[in-house]
Design a protein around this ligand. Structure first.
Ligand SMILES: *[C@@H]1O[C@H](CO)[C@@H](O)[C@H](O)[C@H]1NC(C)=O
Ligand SMILES: *[C@@H]1O[C@H](CO)[C@@H](O)[C@H](O)[C@H]1NC(C)=O
Ligand SMILES: *[C@@H]1O[C@H](CO)[C@@H](O)[C@H](O)[C@H]1NC(C)=O
Ligand SMILES: *[C@@H]1O[C@H](CO)[C@@H](O)[C@H](O)[C@H]1NC(C)=O
Length: 391
């Protein structure tokens, strides 16, 4: 009796304490939360009620004399104009067909990340011999931001490129605020040197791409011709408001973007466009003012201008990592934030046992249940949304 009493007491104490803590946390966060909620509500009202996007007006188009402006003119320091010629990774194969050109947005100093990608999902010979298709993977770079280290890093880059022949570097300073320059580089390069690729993908260098699943998906699209046209697929952000707080990394001042909501865009972590969309985006980069430095948003502006809308795919990631589970590996296309564990994940996710586990009615039921548990529980901070569990 006595013990019970004490336990109840203790329990209530804990409750009180927790409530107090939560309340003070909420009060501390309220301003941020409030701001966040208000700007989202505003953005969505603007997006869905006011004028559903008549707001991106001609103020974004630059005059023709400066079109294709300074941005497109950074000279190449490292280039491989023949990368897309000559079919598969093995010499002597006749075909020029390229299923996918994949640009990894890297930074000069990220040697380890690039190596991890080459050794795992970015191994072109693996794709050629095991999946029987041609995927070209290149890394998009600028020059190192610190002048003092630039020469040394550049020497190392030239050596790296001598060994792997997969770097594409232009002479701009590789910084967060120059990401749009890197976006333009990707579309410009693919327009100039790899127009035959059926699809173009852009990805971060800390992403994991389940290459077998991606190739299967892209082949399915190609087998239904309308599906492989007018395609821009990824993890879609709808009606996102610009961040107006100065301290935030993604801060965009009103002078740069006056409207309360961005056009819909896919997370820059990894998205795919079809050949025709790549050509349209390239045309848009020649016409539009690219001073907005968030590359995903600029991509959204280009696409909006060309009448291309992004499509959601449940297994393209946003910011977070996918849960580690064979039933997820069976479906995943991309997962974000894997600098250190790319090798482990590649081994686990491409293990033949993964497919066996989800085979048959029982396996499929089991995996749906597991996915629902992993993706739909409210406390999970997942990159895939709940509905993906049932697709
Ligand atoms: C474009 O929209 C902005 C902000 O709403 C407005 O200030 C500007 O006058 C518009 N420009 C044109 C050319 O319509
Ligand atoms: C790439 O794949 C090929 C073919 O599967 C394999 O022989 C080679 O060892 C792989 N390379 C690396 C660096 O893992
Ligand atoms: C972008 O690169 C250009 C060319 O190197 C440089 O002049 C500019 O300062 C860079 N911008 C930022 C914000 O780093
Ligand atoms: C692009 O927009 C920025 C900010 O609104 C402006 O300062 C710049 O002059 C514009 N550039 C061109 C080439 O129109």
């Amino acid at each position: 009796m006595f013990i019970n009493f004490r336990r109840i007491h203790k329990c209530q104490c804990m409750q009180l304490l927790t409530t107090g803590l939560l309340l003070s946390a909420a009060m501390m966060c309220w301003e941020t939360l409030d701001h966040h909620v208000v700007s989202h509500v505003r953005a969505n009202m603007y997006r869905y009620l006011v004028n559903s996007y008549d707001f991106l007006n001609s103020s974004y188009v630059i005059r023709t004399e400066s079109a294709g402006g300074a941005l497109a003119n950074y000279p190449y320091l490292i280039n491989h104009p023949d990368k897309c010629r000559g079919g598969g990774a093995q010499a002597g194969s006749a075909s020029d067909r390229v299923l996918l050109l994949l640009f990894v947005k890297s930074s000069p100093e990220n040697f380890d990340r690039r190596q991890a990608i080459r050794d795992t999902w970015g191994n072109e010979s693996f794709v050629w011999s095991e999946l029987g298709t041609s995927v070209k993977i290149v890394f998009a770079l600028g020059v190192h931001p610190h002048v003092g280290q630039r020469a040394g890093v550049q020497r190392a880059l030239l050596q790296e490129d001598h060994a792997y022949k997969d770097l594409i570097q232009q002479n701009f300073v590789d910084t967060f605020h120059n990401l749009t320059v890197k976006l333009v580089l990707q579309f410009q390069w693919s327009h100039t040197f790899c127009r035959q690729a059926s699809f173009l993908m852009s990805a971060d260098d800390d992403i994991f791409v389940h290459m077998p699943n991606l190739v299967t998906y892209l082949r399915q699209l190609l087998s239904r011709p309308p599906a492989a046209k007018d395609l821009w697929v990824g993890h879609v952000h709808r009606g996102a408001p610009p961040v107006r707080r100065k301290a935030n990394k993604y801060h965009v001042p009103v002078e740069l973007y006056p409207w309360p909501s961005y056009p819909d865009y896919t997370a820059g972590a990894g998205y795919v466009v079809s050949r025709d969309v790549a050509a349209k985006i390239y045309q848009a980069t020649l016409l539009l003012n690219s001073s907005i430095y968030i590359d995903d948003v600029f991509m959204g502006i280009c696409a909006k201008t060309m009448g291309v809308a992004p499509q959601e795919h449940g297994y393209f990631s946003g910011e977070a990592k996918a849960p580690y589970h064979p039933c997820i590996y069976d479906r995943m296309i991309t997962s974000h934030g894997h600098a250190a564990d790319v090798r482990l994940l590649w081994k686990a996710a491409t293990d033949p046992a993964v497919r066996r586990r989800s085979r048959g009615l029982l396996g499929s039921l089991y995996c749906t249940a597991v996915r629902a548990m992993l993706l739909c529980l409210p406390c999970s901070t997942n990159t895939y949304s709940c509905w993906a569990a049932f697709t």
